[in-house]
Design a protein around this ligand. Structure first.
Ligand SMILES: CC(C)(COP(=O)(O)OP(=O)(O)OC[C@H]1O[C@@H](n2cnc3c(N)ncnc32)[C@H](O)[C@@H]1OP(=O)(O)O)[C@@H](O)C(=O)NCCC(=O)NCCS
Length: 352
């Protein structure tokens, strides 16, 4: 048998990245049959550029000879420099040969080398599958299970009677605003403040392309996660990064009429014109404005914007913390149904 090696991959090297991507591409129908596969450019869509002040990604490939048999990506964010979030996958026909373990050792060693103290990952499961290899693998390597999130999908276009029945609007004292891609300048500071409440940087990217939990609070927050620091410049840098990679975003928000502040926001993202599957990203309502059904208000407004802007979209998916009763109630009322779930895993690599 040829020797197993693990190498870093530069995502700007087209051939090297294609070889890396071939691993999650072939594993996807086995591990994630409930979700449409990502295309190669989508896998890179949220990648920070080299030297980005906020985020850094590192790709590793496991090779047998010249053939890619395992792939990992480590995501770091400046807000929580001691956390390394990673995805790791082994080609289905190469499993139970120690490749995952070798790749994981390389992931942990790289994370320790850049100063991280904690490694985080996620396993995902299509329902009604009972258990997935990743859970036994993670436990075997000393990871402890954390938050569980549920993945729900809604076929599009959403039935108009569902939207009308669910729509709480108008809500006295608030008005709805919608925009695409770039937040209006006058709402930018409010947008940054809402991002700080939820945290929108995709540190939980996962193989599914779902980006960030949709929550009224961050269900992935642990004792090692620091609050995210956002200002208007960071919002703009993030928007520019998505646009330059071909991500499009439809956004709806609620403005408090008394102050003119943006106090709720929700985002639907799509990669590439014509992709039938779109993603529900974060929905946040500022804490002091909760209890007025603003979450539902902005989600209904954005689903209506989705129907008119991208009438060819066929399905939307949304991740929610399994205990996030308010967001689950909203999604259930809109007609979403559960198709899978995900478990967060964490391991302390060194005491800080
Ligand atoms: C999880 C995954 C990476 C394991 O890759 P792998 O190359 O098969 O892993 P290894 O051969 O190094 O397995 C190491 C140990 O993990 C455990 N393990 C791995 N797969 C298992 C399975 N299907 N059932 C039970 N235990 C399993 C075993 O203890 C195994 O040791 P053993 O083979 O000597 O019994 C692979 O199944 C995969 O890509 N799954 C989909 C993505 C995923 O879940 N990633 C994990 C994120 S933490």
């Amino acid at each position: 048998m040829q020797t197993l090696t693990v190498e870093a991959v530069d995502p700007r090297d087209d051939a090297a990245f294609r070889r890396w991507f071939s691993v999650p591409a072939v594993a996807h129908p086995v591990d994630q049959p409930h979700l449409p596969a990502q295309v190669l450019s989508e896998s890179l869509a949220d990648a920070p550029p080299p030297g980005d002040p906020y985020d850094r990604w590192h790709h590793l490939i496991a090779l047998v000879g010249d053939e890619g048999v395992g792939a990992a990506r480590i995501e770091l964010t400046s807000d929580s420099p001691n956390l390394a979030y990673f995805t790791l996958v082994v080609r289905p026909d190469q499993r139970r040969r120690g490749i995952g373990s070798a790749l994981l050792a390389a992931v942990e060693s790289w994370a320790l080398g850049v100063g991280c103290a904690v490694a985080l990952s996620e396993t995902t499961r299509p329902l009604p599958v009972e258990t997935v290899p990743g859970a036994a693998f993670a436990e075997q390597h000393g990871y402890r299970a954390g938050t569980v999130s549920v993945l729900r999908t809604l076929d599009l276009p959403a039935p108009d009677q569902h939207l009308t029945a669910a729509d709480p609007g108008p809500v006295p004292g608030y008005r709805v605003v919608t925009w695409t891609d770039r937040c209006p300048e006058e709402l930018l500071e409010g947008r940054a403040a809402l991002n700080a409440e939820l945290g929108e940087i995709p540190i939980k990217g996962g193989w599914a392309g779902g980006t960030g939990p949709e929550s009224s609070d961050d269900p992935a927050a642990g004792p090692h996660r620091q609050p995210e620091v956002w200002d208007g410049d960071r919002v703009r840098a993030y928007e520019d990064r998505l646009i330059s990679h071909g991500r499009r975003a439809l956004c709806a928000g609620a403005v408090h009429e008394g102050t003119g502040e943006l106090v709720a926001v929700t985002v639907i993202a799509r990669h590439g014109a014509g992709r039938p599957h779109v993603h529900q990203w974060g929905t946040t309502v500022a804490r002091k404005h909760r209890g007025h059904r603003l979450g539902m208000l902005v989600k209904v407004a954005n689903l209506r914007q989705l129907a008119s802007t991208w009438p060819d979209a066929r399905q939307i998916s949304s991740w929610n913390g399994a205990t996030n009763a308010s967001m689950i109630a909203i999604n259930t009322a809109l007609g979403y149904r559960a198709v899978g779930d995900g478990t967060d895993w964490g391991k302390v690599l060194r005491s800080s």
